[in-house]
Design a protein around this ligand. Structure first.
Ligand code: ADP
Length: 538
């Protein structure tokens, strides 16, 4: 068979040849929505590549992007890797010292920054050791004030660039194409390098019906940021499959997302559960027509049962949980039920939907403890390990590689059980586990159950030191507006579903749960905040 190379240039060519009229709808500011065809998109991609080359971009050069989801960012997604350079998407929500660290660590030479985010980065520019040029992405050609010498306007550069630029035809599929740093709840972020081959294979997997089933007739709205694991691969896959793509731009709200879904007839969308909680509340306040949607994908953290139930039963919208990490490109598994499960009782089916799901094709997963792979009994916990062609094999220039990558596997740090059907169910992260009297308690299960209570908006369960049991669970709860539930009521609501020793010893009520830059509960901060908290003596 031919050994043709799996590179992103093939995707760009396919999008241009077969789907020239497909649309990119991009919101660039609260007042500006830009629409253009794949054909025009590819032309601008050539111009961008030419402009970057003139600024010194070569094979292997790292080009950082610091932007929202919009068409200029999408242009960078292909212009950079198709030139043989490396697209480094930077999480705009990281702390300034982390941003400086990752740009220096990655050795970015050129940065593309959104106009409205420029003031955020400007003070850090003097700390950047390798950056030679900064390009500001705005709708016009203005260049903001800065003491940094080489600041350019994106649109100006494109106007001056050559549309007949030709991408190299000899890229190797194992060349590095992109990189992304994990948002790191502790320590400095860790870099993950994606190759052309890994991105291409992952994108093709997104077209399988067992995952996103992305296809030409889709209108895809990635709410998940383009600075977070490549917006879960949507931008690359959409170009290849010819799906229209809707990019929500800066500072979007639940109301705006619902308007976009209704106006653009969005068929598939993806984001973290906190997004879907906000969208649900807004839809209940002011209903929009959601009939175009065939799939909402939720990932990045666990979706509470009540949320899944509300989408499926109340709104009639398919909502599926997906699991992955920065290290895994991210697709690992999705909780689509199999045909066999259509016979399940409603409650059992919901128990399946709440899991992280069935492992994707070409990916291998195992839950292991000190005795080896755990039985598929839904109760024996172990650490989830993963391998496959779009799973990282190391962290970029980082000695923490040795902790996570061993014997050809990525050890995820996620504690899980396998259901009897082979669905992965995450019960905790290793660092958030609660170990009471030598036995593990799943904080995630308790949180899900608490968040199913009608008065509870958010719940996080953390370990508190205990003289006898070493650790005991403490529930931290945020109540919904105008709702009330007592500690006793919340604890007793768990009694039917959990063993007595799993029940939290106490409940503290908070205004909000601290969150990471990508909206996940930041339990390390919660543990720190509650350091001096003392459990009631029983
Ligand atoms: P970070 O590690 O920087 O928080 P990632 O997005 O790479 O960023 O996070 C990956 C982690 O998110 C996983 O290891 C897992 O703990 C959690 N996660 C991802 N998807 C899900 C999901 N569907 N359900 C529960 N947890 C999830």
């Amino acid at each position: 068979m031919m050994d043709t190379q799996l590179t992103l240039t093939g995707f760009l060519k396919r999008g241009e040849r077969f789907f020239p009229n497909k649309q990119i709808i991009s919101r660039t500011s609260p007042t500006m929505t830009h629409r253009f065809s794949f054909k025009d998109y590819v032309k601008r991609t050539h111009r961008l590549a030419d402009a970057l080359k003139k600024l010194g971009m070569k094979r292997g050069t790292k080009v950082g992007t610091f932007g929202w989801n919009h068409h200029r960012h999408l242009e960078a997604y292909f212009a950079i890797p198709c030139s043989g350079a490396i697209l480094h998407t930077i999480n705009i929500r990281l702390a300034p010292e982390h941003i400086v660290y990752i740009i220096n660590h990655a050795e970015d030479e050129i940065l593309l920054i959104d106009g409205d985010l420029f003031p955020l980065v400007e003070p850090a520019l003097i700390h950047l050791k390798t950056v030679k040029h900064v390009i500001v992405m705005t709708d016009d050609v203005t260049i903001p004030e800065s003491s940094f010498p080489n600041v350019h306007s994106y649109e100006q550069l494109l106007q001056e660039a050559d549309e007949s630029f030709v991408f190299p035809k000899d890229l190797d599929e194992n060349m590095q194409a992109g990189m992304c740093y994990t948002s790191a709840t502790t320590g400095m972020p860790k870099g993950v390098m994606y190759t052309h081959r890994s991105i291409v294979l992952h994108s093709i997997a997104l077209g399988l019906s067992e995952s996103f089933g992305l296809k030409e007739s889709d209108v895809a709205l990635p709410v998940v940021p383009m600075f977070h694991v490549n917006a879960w691969g949507f931008p690359f896959a959409a170009l290849n499959f010819g799906s229209n793509i809707v990019l929500p731009g800066p500072m979007f709200t639940p109301a705006l997302l619902l308007d976009l879904i209704e106006q653009e007839n969005v068929t598939i969308t993806a984001g973290v559960p906190t997004i879907w909680m906000g969208v649900l509340a807004e839809q209940q306040k002011q209903p929009r027509d959601l009939s175009s949607i065939r799939l909402i994908i939720s990932g990045g953290s666990a979706s509470p049962k009540g949320l899944i139930q509300a989408y499926i039963e109340k709104l009639g919208v398919p909502y599926v949980n997906a699991y992955g990490m920065t290290e895994t490109s991210p697709l690992v598994s999705m909780s689509h039920p199999t045909t066999e499960m259509t016979k399940y009782e409603a409650e059992d089916l919901l128990d399946i939907r709440v899991t992280q799901g069935l492992t994707a094709s070409l990916i291998d997963t195992e839950v292991v403890n000190e005795k080896g792979e755990v039985p598929w009994d839904g109760v024996t916990m172990g650490e989830l390990r993963i391998r496959g062609p779009w799973i990282a094999s190391e962290y970029y220039k980082d000695e923490r590689t040795n902790e996570a990558f061993r014997d050809g596997w990525l050890y995820t740090g996620d504690i899980a059980v396998m259901t009897k059907e082979g669905y992965i169910k995450i019960t905790d992260r290793t660092k958030d586990l609660i170990k009471s009297g030598g036995e593990w308690i799943s904080s995630v299960d308790l949180e899900n159950a608490l968040m199913s209570h009608p008065a509870v908006l958010e719940a996080a369960v953390i370990a508190i030191p205990h003289p006898k049991w070493l650790e005991r669970p403490l529930a931290c709860v945020v109540l919904k507006e105008n709702a009330y539930a007592s500690k006793e009521e919340l604890i007793s609501s768990l009694e039917n579903d959990f063993a007595k020793w799993w029940l939290p010893d106490d409940v503290v009520f908070l205004q909000e749960i601290p969150k990471t830059s990508v909206g996940k509960f930041l339990k390390a901060k919660l543990r720190e905040d509650l350091k001096s908290y003392e459990l009631p003596i029983d």
